[in-house]
Design a protein around this ligand. Structure first.
Ligand code: 5GP
Length: 203
């Protein structure tokens, strides 16, 4: 993606351990319509309330694997036994249109997207502490995963936290409102900087 610098759009990468509240943060960020959502594909089954094509494109594993062979994904990774991938065509189209696109991905996806889009704004959402009982409580409250899945997701948390230093920004999700405001502020500052740079360069 060496020509990304020529495009006016911007990719926002958001990662964080399960239970950090990153999905809720992303939903809030999308509310005012300024940002677009990068709809990933996944082989996991929809949770109650999730709509195909809105939260994810829910694909059978075979179809997903065919997509990987065709090169449909900019990156993909296996997380807790399911495949997740960022579809390439729409992402490139939205960036070319100058849109700001949010991709919520695991840390493997985060690293790959940073490599493909060095200009991306990468944000790691941290829970207030790595106390697994708090993370577990959040996941249980959400009521969307069974106990086995919750345990698997929690086991990944230390690994995910280790990657946080690779992100451009780290935001602690102590309260939702504050974390959302901080992220909006980060994005705004970075976009302003882009604008100033392109003015200086005459772009
Ligand atoms: P969930 O099943 O809870 O929606 O997501 C599980 C994990 O997969 C989360 O860490 C989420 O950020 C990650 N994920 C979602 N979409 C993608 C994607 O397109 N690529 C990668 N690498 N991870 C993803």
């Amino acid at each position: 993606m060496s020509n990304e610098g020529k495009k006016r759009g911007r990719l926002i990468i958001i990662s964080g351990p399960s239970g950090s509240g990153k999905s809720t943060i992303c939903r809030r960020l999308l509310e005012d319509g300024r940002f677009k959502w990068s709809v990933s594909a996944t082989t996991r089954r929809p949770r109650p309330g999730e709509v195909d094509g809105r939260e994810y494109h829910f694909l059978p594993r075979e179809e997903f694997q065919e997509g990987t062979k065709r090169g449909d994904f900019i990156e993909y990774a296996e997380v807790s036994g399911n495949l997740y991938g960022t579809p390439k065509a729409r992402l490139l189209k939205e960036l070319a249109k100058g849109n700001v696109l949010i991709a919520e991905v695991d840390v493997q996806g985060g690293m790959n997207l940073m490599r493909a889009f060095p200009q991306a704004i990468s944000i790691f959402v941290e829970p207030p502490g790595l106390d697994t009982s708090i993370l577990a409580e959040r996941l249980r409250k959400r009521g969307q995963d069974d106990e086995k899945t919750i345990r698997e997701r929690l086991a990944l948390a230390p690994q995910e936290m280790e990657a946080r230093s690779r992100y451009g920004f780290r935001v602690t999700n102590d309260t939702l409102k504050r974390a959302v405001a901080e992220i909006k502020d980060i994005i705004e500052q970075q976009l302003k900087r882009d604008k100033r740079t392109s003015e200086v360069l005459g772009g």
